[in-house]
Ligand binder design. Structure first.
Ligand code: NAD
Ligand code: TYD
Length: 354
């Protein structure tokens, strides 16, 4: 592999994508990083303010479902590596609107795969299609000590995880059928700066600062495994450069939390950083009707990634949550723009004529 690479990162204006774009743009000045994003409600170029002027960075607004546009993009930038993150990503939205999830996550991934296949013309030397997926494709674990491994059978439950599972299968099919070099990784729940405040942690931080209620689904006993987003971005960097083609890697930090316990840590941290006395915001906890089909527990075994490629999370959860809460409290304008919907109108106006 030569030193020069032209890398297409899809979904780079979203939460995880923006951290991946930032890492690659800063770490690899010799690469050209093309960020392709539709700027849906979840995409926000504010997330990338600090890299937008870099000479190795290009933003293109576009839809992964637009096959012709994807072919044009591959040809124009001579793309030889893809890191595919663009997706609809929120389980609750998928329960209300599964069609959008099938369109973006399944058809969009297929359109991108086909564009890569046609443009690479069977010459796969030095090429890589790296697909970012979730542990939710494995279904749900019992409340015991079992973990998802790379051998766990797919058993998705929500429309979101069903659409991600389908896209994972298409990626593997392009390897098995056409010989395309592909990698799939399945990661646990991410948290950190720039996460859209519909997901548990930023939603609750936002609500606490505004004194709004904190809707806990069911009894708050569901378990999730949390990883700081920059650790996920570092794992993606490691795997993009040193992962074995056609393999799957699980990414996680062995960091399981019952929702209600996690929520109490978030409340305590926000209250402390806002100068409130301990317990001040606990009364905001409101138990609400459970999510339909709510998966009981997710927990990832990432031993393979550690043993084969030496990746480990760098942050302890306590540090990660402290950094995260601080970031949201110091970036209230970012939260206010999103929650007021102003940024959506702003970008609509800014990009509607391109
Ligand atoms: P996100 O919702 O924050 O961002 C998704 C991005 O994709 C947005 O910028 C959006 O504008 C863009 N996008 C949506 N539809 C598009 C389309 N048709 N064409 C081009 N761009 C489009 O999501 P996220 O949380 O950053 O997740 C990124 C990826 O990582 C997803 O594939 C998700 O399934 C996966 N993942 C997420 C988590 C998590 O905890 N957030 C965990 C494991 C895996
Ligand atoms: P979420 O951040 O939506 O991620 P995922 O569903 O992909 O795991 O939710 C994390 C957990 O928190 C999940 O068990 C659902 C729960 N939850 C609530 O209890 N209340 C909420 O308002 C939200 C958004 C999530």
């Amino acid at each position: 592999m030569g030193a020069k690479r032209n890398i297409l990162i899809t979904g780079g204006a979203g939460f995880i994508g923006s951290h991946v774009v930032r890492l690659f743009v800063k770490k690899y000045p010799e690469y050209r990083i093309v960020n392709l994003d539709l700027l849906t409600y979840a995409g926000n170029l504010e997330n990338l303010k600090d890299v937008e002027g870099e000479p190795n960075y290009t933003f293109v607004r576009g839809d992964i479902c637009d096959y012709e546009q994807m072919v044009e993009l591959f040809r124009k930038y001579d793309i030889d590596g893809v890191i595919h993150l663009a997706a609809e990503s929120h389980v609750d939205r998928s329960i209300k609107d599964p069609f959008t999830f099938a369109r973006t996550n399944v058809m969009g991934t297929l359109s991108l795969l086909q564009a890569a296949k046609v443009c690479w013309e069977g010459n796969y030397e030095g090429k890589l299609f790296y697909h970012i997926s979730t542990d939710e494709v494995y279904g749900a674990l019992e409340f015991d000590d079992t973990l998802f491994t790379e051998q766990t059978k797919y058993a998705p439950h929500s429309p979101y995880s069903a659409s991600k599972a389908s896209s994972d299968h298409f990626v593997r099919a392009y390897h098995d059928t056409y010989g395309m070099p592909t990698i799939v990784t399945n990661c646990s729940n991410n948290y950190g700066p720039y996460q859209f405040p519909e997901k548990l942690i930023p939603l609750f931080i936002n609500n606490i600062r505004k004194g709004k209620s904190l809707p806990v689904y069911g009894r708050g006993e569901n378990v999730r495994d949390w990883l700081y987003v920059e650790d996920h971005a570092r794992a993606i960097d490691t795997i993009f450069h040193r992962g074995k083609v056609a393999k799957t890697y699980n990414i996680g930090g062995f960091n399981e939390w019952r929702n209600i316990d996690l929520i109490k840590v978030v409340i305590k941290t926000v209250d402390r950083l806002l100068g409130n006395e301990e317990g001040h915001s606990l009364h905001l906890i409101t138990y609400v009707t459970d999510r339909l089909g709510h998966d009981a527990r997710y927990a990832i075994d990432s031993t393979k990634l550690k043993e084969e490629l030496g990746w480990e999370p760098s942050l302890q959860f306590e540090e990660g949550i402290e950094k995260t809460v601080k970031w949201y409290l110091e970036n209230e304008a970012w939260l206010d723009n999103i929650t007021s919907g102003a940024y959506e109108r702003y970008y609509e106006e800014q990009y509607s004529n391109r």
